[in-house]
Ligand binder design. Structure first.
Ligand SMILES: [Zn+2]
Length: 421
């Protein structure tokens, strides 16, 4: 158990680089000089270790059985004490010379703190405080010297964010640009990027990337843009190019996030098990067993079952006569019964090698009007452009976001900066 006596907090924050704000920046308390004065009360911070209960913490703090019961009762009005995880921070405050604490705060999760306080009558009350999160707008810009993954993972602006958040950031970029650029094959050394995104900062100093507002990727001299816009104001924005065309397609480029194509669509290939020449009317993606399989477009499940050839297989019917098939699955995702509606990107199963398969892979098929087509060769239907009734607002917001993007150093400045070194 970690225990510390805290008198006054005074941590300095490193000045943020590359911060551009849509509004004036509000100074944060963290940036003020620490005030040194005697605390009016004593505070103890304890951390719940694995296997330990909140009750044991109260017991260790010397609270009597009745008071413990009273605290737990107040606690349960908002949260189950049993659901507290190892590592949860518990702060207790005592008035000078008091026997038992008058206030306890428990971090339930990153955004919510449960506050317990003793009334003058001796009863315990509880409430939940939502930690204020500040959001600022930040840009990152750079040149790709190995690959986009490495560029993003080592970007100095992004380095303030947790590693798995940066992983998500690369994933988000890939989700936005997948139809224009193949990150794994087309991105080359010398390509440049500029991103403007929201960054959420919590009072404890931790950060998380928020919405990707605008992005530019210059690939082999060609710039690609994606600007976030929410046409109907429902909070479900999507990305458009500078002309207002959606950068998205009705189908994802591939049903697995990180995978390798192991066999392409052909009318004739040598089959490794049947040892004869046969057509391969699909695309195989090699991946680790259990890798989530994402449905490539909105649709309805029309088949979920077993076949000797396909093993565990799912068929999904989409609009305009499209059907997709996912075969050799190890298992099915939740909510995938026949007749279920699924959304693009939803996990419908997991990579396996059931049926006629020589290794772990997903066999993916696409049919149009009942005939198989090559999903890598077909022109995928486009998503809707910015709707006419939102076009005026789009122009305003696009110009504002594009201007923010242009504040980030562009390809020329990035190259000259590198030449100076
Ligand atoms: Zn196959």
């Amino acid at each position: 158990m970690r225990m510390a006596l805290v008198a006054a907090a005074g941590t300095a924050l490193v000045a943020a680089i590359g911060v551009v704000s849509l509004s004036d920046r509000v100074p944060e308390s963290d940036e003020l000089d620490g005030v040194f004065a005697l605390a009016p009360f004593r505070e103890e911070v304890r951390e719940l270790s694995f296997g330990m209960t909140f009750g044991q913490i109260l017991n260790d703090a010397g609270l009597g059985a009745t008071e413990q019961q009273d605290i737990l009762l107040a606690f349960r009005e908002h949260h189950s004490p049993r659901r507290l995880r190892g590592g949860t921070e518990i702060r207790m405050r005592w008035h000078p010379d008091a026997e038992s604490p008058h206030g306890i705060s428990v971090g339930i999760d990153k955004d919510n703190t449960l506050l317990l306080s003793r009334t003058p009558g001796g009863r315990w009350n509880s409430s939940v405080a939502v930690l204020p999160t500040t959001v600022d707008t930040v840009y990152a810009a750079g040149e790709i010297t190995t690959d986009l993954w490495t560029a993003v993972m080592t970007d100095p602006v992004l380095s303030e964010m947790p590693r798995n958040d940066r992983v998500n950031f690369v994933d988000r970029l890939d989700r936005v640009f997948q139809w224009r650029i193949d990150f794994f094959r087309s991105i080359r050394v010398g390509d440049t990027y500029r991103f403007v995104f929201e960054r959420e900062k919590r009072p404890d100093g931790s950060m998380r990337s928020g919405n990707l507002l605008a992005a530019e990727l210059v690939n082999a001299g060609n710039p690609y843009y994606a600007i976030l816009f929410d046409p109907n104001g429902d909070g479900q924005g999507t990305w458009y190019d500078l002309e207002g065309e959606s950068v998205r397609r009705a189908f994802l480029m591939r049903p697995l996030r990180f995978s390798r194509i192991s066999s392409r669509y052909t009318n004739s290939r040598f089959h490794p098990i049947l040892r004869t020449w046969r057509a391969h009317r699909g695309v195989d993606y090699a991946a680790d067993p259990g890798t989530p399989v994402e449905v490539t477009a909105d649709g309805v499940i029309t088949r979920r079952g077993w076949s000797d050839t396909y093993g565990r297989v799912i068929d999904v019917r989409h609009g305009n006569g499209f059907l997709t098939r996912y075969a050799h699955l190890q298992g099915f995702g939740p909510g995938t019964g026949v007749g279920s509606r699924v959304r693009q990107g939803e996990t419908i199963g997991y990579v396996g090698m059931t049926g006629m398969a020589t290794g772990y892979h997903l066999h993916y098929e696409m049919h149009v009007g009942g005939r198989p087509v090559d999903p890598l060769a077909i022109e995928l239907p486009a998503d809707d452009p910015v709707p006419g009734d939102a076009f005026d607002r789009w122009i305003l917001e696009k110009n504002a976001r594009f201007a923010l993007l242009m504040k980030a150093p562009g390809p020329d400045r990035i190259r000259s900066r590198r030449a100076d070194q």
